[in-house]
Ligand binder design. Structure first.
Ligand SMILES: *Cc1c(COP(=O)(O)O)cnc(C)c1O
Length: 341
């Protein structure tokens, strides 16, 4: 039904990531059976969901004869770290176009007054260690795609063959990584005896969620894929997910996915992207103390806060199975330790 074999792909992980049951967490919450898909254990430098997207994106770059990658994100971008790690593996040049974080209160700090320079830790430290060919940090609110295109133009002028990867690697090519993940999960669900699980995952640039939705629907499995938004309201996020779902389904020549399959809950963002919430801190501590699982504060921590709230508010009962996607991001934890102190 879905055959990705014709699409060029590189391999950065050996075999499927584990699907593990979190018994102690279920007991602690008096709730449903909870499972975790360990995509924090994917390949490249410290894993995470961008590794799956990059298997298809980098293959596409190579198919286009690219010798240079240009990508963009926040100063603690997991996507930039993993794109850079993939570039090192492939012997490609890699330039990063970054946007400063917001201040702790959620407002931009004007660059004239010193801005909000990134700390030399977490992913930003790893950009240096992995030897990014350039790292440009722009003020918050900069049009990153425009800056990246400009840089690609300059590089072309100097005889390079640049390939621009969008924020979060979220286009159809990147989403194929999570169409593939859905296919990887089906035999794991069968083996674990999960007949109708609900999937809970972070929803940011939406490539992961869109890929999962298309992957399940395209193989006639209508499992709910509940996105927990990390940066937008429900009204802003759902059209974004739906757009990428439609494009990806069309690329794979699959039937349209019904609109009700697209869910991106906006109740757990708090003051904004990457800004901490008390519920995120509670969820990080809960997963760590009950299961020894380390989450990140920007994506999986807020998603876990959403999961805990959905369980406590009775959205899931003891007979339900929830599959939580651990999409990685742990290197960024160390850059935001103050939120937990
Ligand atoms: C990018 C990212 C996400 C969000 O995935 P999208 O495809 O952008 O929605 C979730 N978790 C981590 C750790 C990420 O780096």
């Amino acid at each position: 039904m879905i055959d990705l074999n014709a699409v060029p792909r590189r391999r950065y992980t050996n075999g499927p990531t584990p699907l593990e049951q979190l018994d102690r967490l279920s007991t602690e919450l008096n709730g449903p059976r909870i499972w975790i898909k360990r995509d924090d254990l994917l390949g490249l430098a410290q894993g995470g969901n961008k590794t799956r997207k990059l298997e298809f994106l980098i293959a596409d770059a190579l198919a286009h004869g690219a010798d240079t990658l240009v990508t963009m994100g926040g100063v603690q971008s997991n996507h930039c770290r993993l794109t850079l790690a993939a570039a090192r593996r492939e012997g490609l040049v890699c330039h990063l176009v970054l946007e400063e974080d917001l201040g702790p209160e959620g407002d931009p700090i004007p660059t004239e007054s010193g801005g909000n320079p990134p700390e030399y830790t977490g992913n930003f430290l790893l950009f240096d260690l992995l030897g990014a060919d350039s790292v440009d940090v722009h003020p918050h609110g900069t049009d990153l795609p425009a800056r990246a295109q400009e840089l690609a133009g300059e590089l072309e002028g100097r005889g390079r063959r640049p390939y621009v990867i969008p924020v979060g690697g979220s286009n159809v090519t990147g989403a194929l990584g999570y169409v593939d993940c859905a296919q990887e999960l089906l035999p794991q669900f069968a083996e674990a005896g999960l007949e109708s699980p609900s999937i809970v995952c972070p929803s940011g640039s939406a490539g992961m969620q869109a890929g999962l939705i298309v992957g399940f629907h395209g193989s006639d499995n209508r499992f709910p894929v509940i996105g927990i938004n990390v940066s937008r309201t429900r009204a802003e996020q759902e059209p974004k997910i739906a757009g990428l779902v439609a494009e990806t389904a069309s690329f794979l020549e699959l039937p349209d996915v019904p609109p009700e399959a697209v869910v991106g809950l906006g109740d757990y963002v708090g003051p904004g992207y990457a800004l901490p919430t008390p519920e995120m801190v509670e969820a990080l501590r809960l997963f760590a103390r009950t299961e020894g699982i380390v989450l990140d504060p920007v994506y999986t921590g807020k998603t876990a806060a959403g999961l805990v709230d959905l369980v406590r508010s009775g959205r899931f009962g003891p007979d339900d199975d929830i599959v939580f996607i651990h999409s990685g991001g742990v290197p960024g934890l160390y850059a935001r330790a103050q939120a937990l102190a």
